[in-house]
Design a protein. Structure first.
Length: 99
C-alpha cells in the first residue's frame, strides 16, 4: 500500500444544492495521473469560503517517474511514455479549502 499526501486537481463541479456537488476532475500527485469522479460536501454554503471534503473514485496511471514528467511526455514526447505505467482504479478522500 502506498500513501500520497499532496496532489493537484483541475475540474468542474455541478452543485446539487448549497452543500453538495458532483465533479469530474483531472488529478495527479507524486507518481499518479488520471481522472476522477467526485462527490463533495461543503461545510459552508458553496457560494462562500470554507472547508470541503470529498470522496473521489479515480482511474489513473501509476508511474515510476514524476507525474509532471509523465504528463510532459504524453503531450510533447509520446514516444518516451513509460510503457510500464500501470492503469488502476481506486477511491480516495480529499480535503480542501475554497477561497
Amino acid at each position: 500500500m502506498s500513501y500520497r499526501y499532496a496532489g493537484f486537481t483541475w475540474g468542474y463541479d455541478r452543485y446539487l444544492g448549497s452543500s453538495k456537488s458532483l465533479g469530474l476532475q483531472a488529478i495527479g500527485n507524486q507518481y499518479k495521473a488520471g481522472t476522477a469522479l467526485s462527490l463533495n460536501y461543503f461545510f459552508s454554503p458553496h457560494e462562500s469560503s470554507g472547508w470541503i471534503i470529498g470522496l473521489d473514485l479515480y482511474r489513473a496511471y501509476e508511474t515510476e517517474e514524476f507525474t509532471f514528467e509523465f504528463i510532459k511526455d504524453v503531450f510533447l514526447n509520446p514516444e518516451n511514455i513509460d510503457i510500464d505505467a500501470e492503469l488502476g482504479n481506486g477511491v480516495s478522500v480529499s480535503v480542501g479549502y475554497q477561497f
